[in-house]
Ligand binder design. Structure first.
Ligand code: UTP
Length: 292
């Protein structure tokens, strides 16, 4: 059965929208409830069947690598105190030995460039790309839904997760044009980065989860800076779409843009309200705050 084994997690960005929190700490380590963003997204990938986790990191991002390693002193202390549940929690975070790779993007030249930095680790096979600052709340997760759809498509298919936004927000995103349906997907006829509302081909935006073919690397290799001087993944996908089919999947669930303050705060509330151990107390706190 056709499957995707590897996933790229680009974590080398500067996180300027979250300064000063992200001055010394990576944005991807901001916690949603009690797990850092990157952990939520790695868990989504693992659940979808990903076997190899590729992180594109940068300066000041070493703590992400540490998060996916053992914490020897902490483990010893927890063992001495017989805190078995906490110990089990720590080991559930650990990827199996040899299944996580880290490479550096020496300068944050854009998402497309970060993906290109992972080319040697991915090799010549299709891969998943997950942006860690986008969380999708649903069971099964967004990538698992995409994997399921991918199995019914041609071998050289690419898939982008898409969702609807209100027309007044369209100009902030990459937007796709809608063609013929194919199973749960539709053929993408067009991709436009940050269009004016009246020029947008639809109200479906690109949402931070992709399944891409390795031919994207050769395109990225030759690509120069696009919008904002950055090497954009959308520009490379537009070129790849001339050679290979691209599909959109309207996933089930709700996404949170945790790169923005409001999106991040909303994600914390939504994820906490989904937790039996936290929701009742939080509901009371929210009621009290809103009552004032
Ligand atoms: P964003 O554009 O949301 O992240 O990229 P950013 O640039 O860090 O944030 P702001 O806009 O300055 O606040 C989405 C993901 O791609 C990574 C980021 O780390 C983030 O997880 N990224 C972005 C890279 O790895 N390298 C880049 O050059 C740009």
């Amino acid at each position: 059965m056709k499957s995707i084994r590897k996933a790229i997690f680009p974590v080398a960005g500067l996180g300027t929208r979250f300064l000063p929190a992200t001055k010394a700490m990576p944005k991807e380590m901001l916690p949603v409830v009690d797990r850092p963003l990157i952990q939520h997204v790695v868990d989504e990938a693992r659940e979808a069947g990903i076997e190899h986790f590729i992180f594109v990191t940068g300066r000041n991002k070493g703590v992400i690598e540490d998060h996916f390693d053992r914490q020897f002193e902490l483990e010893v202390t927890l063992k001495e105190r017989n805190k078995i549940a906490d110990l089990n929690l720590l080991s559930s975070v650990l990827p199996e030995a040899g299944t996580a790779s880290f490479t550096r993007q020496q300068s944050p030249l854009g998402l497309g460039h970060a993906v290109w930095c992972a080319r040697e680790l991915v090799g010549n096979e299709p891969f998943a790309l997950l942006l860690p600052d986008v969380l999708v709340q649903h069971d099964p997760g967004c990538l698992a839904q995409m994997m399921e759809a991918y199995r019914s498509l041609e071998d050289n298919a690419n898939i982008i997760a898409v969702e609807e936004v209100p027309p007044e927000r369209i100009h902030q995103y990459g937007v796709v044009g809608i063609g013929k349906s194919k199973g749960p997907c539709f053929a993408i006829t067009d991709m436009v980065e940050k269009p004016k509302r009246e020029d947008a081909p639809s109200n479906l935006i690109i949402t931070g989860r992709y399944i891409l073919q390795p031919e994207i690397f050769a395109i990225l290799e030759k690509q120069t800076g696009g919008a904002g001087g950055e090497i954009q993944i959308t520009d490379a996908m537009i070129k790849l779409a001339k050679q290979q089919p691209f599909y959109g999947l309207k996933f089930k669930g709700r996404s949170f843009d945790c790169g923005s303050k409001v999106g991040f705060l909303a994600a914390n509330v939504a994820y906490a309200l989904a937790r039996d151990d936290i929701a009742p107390a939080l509901r009371e706190e929210i009621k009290a705050l809103l009552g004032k």
